[in-house]
Write a protein that binds this ligand. Sequence first.
Ligand code: 5GP
Ligand code: MN
Length: 329
Amino acid sequence: MSSSIELYRIKKKIEEANNLLIVSHHDPDGDALGSSLGFGLFLDSIGKKTTVYNRDKCPAYLNFIDSSGLINSIENIPNDIDLILLLDLNDFERTGDDMSIYLKKTKLDIIVIDHHQNPKIKTNFSLIETNSSSTGILIYNLISSFGQPIDNLIATLLLTTIVTDTSSFRNSNTNSEALRVAAELITLGGDMQLINSSLMNDRSLNKLRLEKEILLNHEFFTDIKTSISFCTTENYTSTNTTKEESEGVANFLLNHKEVKIGVFIRQISENSWKVSMRTNGFIDLSLLANKFDGGGHKNASGFSFDGNIDNLKKLLRERILYEQQNPTT
Ligand code: 5GP
Ligand code: MN
């Protein structure tokens, strides 16, 4: 079905609803929060009751976003919700355990608006554009179809989705649509200065100390042109930092000319790890992540892994080598 028909069907569905629940992926980034809170504000402005849920709180580096209306517990979800919107995800598991159970049980219609590869949710209402740089761009198109003005708060939230998902217009997903919509959002009052200064001035000395530890854990594998680095819970504790301070490491590794894939592995608990991968078209990382039950985009993907880190690195090396030798077309 063409995306304009999908958009029209979704718009109609939203018009018919009164009490909507918006959900985005856990450990939210600028796209998850910007599109959820931005769309929430828009729905409020057209007289709908809206609840915006995320399993986790707004990370400190996005503190310029007003997330006071965000709820983090499924117990606080009103029981008269009549429509559910899932943004920036296409797998129930990405919402967290509690919400995942809630979604599997619900009889309500579910709308998915997303830009990731390989959707895992079956629904009659989905707007999936893998070429769009952020989910916020799809929300912008949806709001525009209502013919209502977008105020400066919503514009800033939607602009945040583009700035963060393109790493400030530097990633390979930066296309003309992203630049055009960003320009339109700035015209509508989107505060680029606020976003940039907040994102750039988040460095602390503890972050520098953490980066030192992460670099000590760095290895470059010539055969697969891949840089792998990791961070243990001990590294976070000893530098008094959290996972927020290690945002962007995979991208940073990729910034070196010999490196075709940047991999950052973060310890969650003794035998549990979170993997973040970045490339610029070397292999399809969404497929690689799928092999480990994760997902994402061709150039940016991730997954969780239970087991020993040496085993994880070994499996990753084997898989990357295999994908390199047997590229999926
Ligand atoms: P990040 O490395 O920034 O955590 O994630 C990169 C991309 O991969 C994002 O678009 C994110 O949504 C996706 N991603 C990361 N981890 C997972 C995962 O465990 N499962 C799925 N399906 N997608 C993931
Ligand atoms: Mn996104």
